[in-house]
Every structure is written in C-alpha cells, then in structure tokens.
Design a protein around this ligand. Structure first.
Ligand code: BJW
Length: 240
C-alpha cells in the first residue's frame, strides 16, 4: 500500500462501481510544475483573467494573449506527466466503463496515455481558426505571433475555452450522457460551474485534494493530500 491507508469500505465501494467518471483540474498537474489558477502561486494571482483569458482580451490585444499562451505552452511541453496522470491512465485501462473529463489544457493526460477523455477547456498545444473553427497542432519552435490560421486567410486563436464562452456542445453532451455512478474529482477547486456540476450530480463522489473545496460538501469521501501520492496506491487497490 506504499504507506497510504484507505478505508477498506471505500475500496469495496469503488470496486462495485459500474461507470466511473474522473474529473481533473489544475492540481493534478501541480506536481509536474504547472501552476494552478487559484490559491498560492496560482496564475490568477499574478495575472488578471480578464486581461488574458476572455474573448474581449483577445480582440483587444491578440499579440499579448498569444505571448502568454506561448509561454505556458513552452512550460507544458517541458513538463512530464506525473504519477497522478499515470494512475488515471491505468484506471482507464482497468475499468470497462470509464471517462476522464479534464479541465486542464496542458496535454499531460494525453501524454500519459489517456484516451477515453474529453478536454472540455480545450488544449493549449493547439490553435483554432477563427473563421472555420478547425483546430491544428501548433508548431515548435515558437511561432510568429499572433498566429495565422493554416486553414483560411484569418487569425488563429488558442484552442481553449475562455471566461464567458460557451462549452463545445458536443463535448458537453458526451460528458452529460455518460451518467457515472462514481466520480473521482481530482485537483480541482470546482470554481467553474459546469465541470463542478458533472461531479456534484454523481451518486458517489470521492474528492482527491489537499484542501477543502466547493465540492467537499457533496463528497462521500475526501482523500486529503497530493494526487501524485494518493492516486497510484488507490488505483493499485481498486484494480487488484
Ligand atoms: C491539488 C494539488 C495536488 C493543488 N494534488 N490537488 C457568461 C459570461 C461570463 C461568465 C459566465 C458566463 N456564463 C457562465 C459564466 C461563469 C463562468 C464561471 O464559472 N466563473 C466562475 C469562475 C466564477 N464560466 C464560464 O465562463 C464558462 N462558460 C460557461 O459556463 O458558459 C455557459 C454555458 C454552459 C453550458 C453550455 C454552453 C454555455 C467557461 C469557463 C472557462 C474556464 N476557463 C479557464 C481558463 C482556460 C484557459 C486557460 O487555461 O488559459 O479554465 S478558468 C480556469 O479555471 C481554467 C481551469 O480549467 C478552471 C478550473 O480551475 P481548476 O482546474 O479547478 O484550478 P484551480 O487553480 O482553481 O484549483 C486547483 C485545485 O488543485 C485546488 O483546489 C488545490 O487545492 C488543488 N491542488 N495541488 C491535488 N498536488
């Protein structure tokens, strides 16, 4: 058990789950060196969201917004998936009905091998044509900014969901249609309403987070600690 004690009744309940949703947020990548948004050292402590992560900000200064995303993209490319990403990929392999919904745009779940996954806030490794809506993988080394679309004579934008923007209806439908009976909410403050509601509506909710969040009061079990330390041992017991 690598020094982590879980309630045997929790493990038994998880083993009985038939449809498992894992919802992840920035905390799952914190141990890979990617800053979270809120809390100490969070991106929103250093930058104003409305200056950088809104459609209005992009219309006002696309060069500034692209520069910020390019800096974050370089950090994400240099980072490695951690034990939490790897444990979630293992759960997917071991559980027949599984869905990962991630709010993270860092691409680390992809790189850890997750496949049954919805990136509901997009992915900053990709750009999107403002005319056609088609996405494309951004080049390396860094691009001429602001980026132009390869699909039309039009500007491109980062492929992320900004504040005040709608979710991709197709992705949201898939997430809602999954109807999990168990959800693990990992490393999210649950400050953004739509993803939080996916977790809150699940009949059995397990929160994995060092701190209390808006989801804690809905949770049937709270595993307090870093996801990197907890999820590997949890997956070992669950899948044993
Ligand atoms: C650890 C750990 C460790 C640390 N292990 N844990 C219209 C106009 C204006 C606003 C709205 C509007 N409609 C709706 C809104 C409201 C708004 C909203 O929710 N605002 C609240 C924040 C107040 N929502 C929206 O605007 C959304 N749109 C929407 O709802 O449209 C309506 C609609 C619904 C349905 C269909 C159609 C339309 C869009 C929200 C987009 C969010 N975008 C961002 C930025 C993405 C791009 C980018 O990265 O630049 O997404 S905001 C930011 O918050 C980011 C994250 O994905 C998201 C969630 O944050 P997350 O991941 O939870 O991170 P943190 O930092 O908050 O928490 C980290 C946690 O980890 C903490 O709890 C730590 O304790 C923990 N932790 N270390 C485990 N080692």
């Amino acid at each position: 058990m690598r020094g982590v004690d879980f309630d045997p009744a929790l493990i038994e309940r998880l083993r009985r789950a038939s449809r498992v949703l894992v919802l992840t947020g920035a905390g799952v990548s914190a141990e890979s060196g990617i800053p979270t948004f809120r809390g100490d050292g969070g991106l929103w402590r250093e930058f104003r969201a409305e200056d950088l992560a809104t459609p209005e900000a992009f219309a006002r200064d696309p060069h500034l917004v692209w520069t910020w995303y390019e800096e974050r993209r370089a950090l994400c490319r240099a980072a490695q998936p951690g034990p939490a990403h790897e444990a979630i990929a293992r759960l997917e392999q071991g559980l027949p009905e599984f869905l990962l919904v991630t709010q993270n745009v860092d691409g680390l779940h992809r790189r850890a091998g997750s496949k049954r996954m919805l990136e509901i806030h997009g992915c900053l490794l990709e750009g999107r044509c403002t005319q056609t809506g088609r996405t494309f993988l951004l080049d390396d080394p860094p691009l001429d900014l602001p980026v132009r679309s390869p699909h039309a004579d039009a500007p491109a934008r980062p492929h992320v969901v900004w504040f005040g923007e709608a979710y991709d209806a197709r992705l949201l439908e898939q997430a809602l249609a999954f109807e999990a009976d168990v959800c693990l909410a990992v490393g999210t403050s649950a400050a953004v309403g739509v993803p939080a509601s996916l977790a809150a509506r699940t009949p059995f909710l397990v929160e994995v987070n060092p701190d209390e969040t808006l989801l804690s009061r809905h949770a049937d079990a709270c595993l307090r600690g870093p996801a990197g330390a907890l999820l590997g041992p949890l997956a070992d017991l669950w899948l044993a």
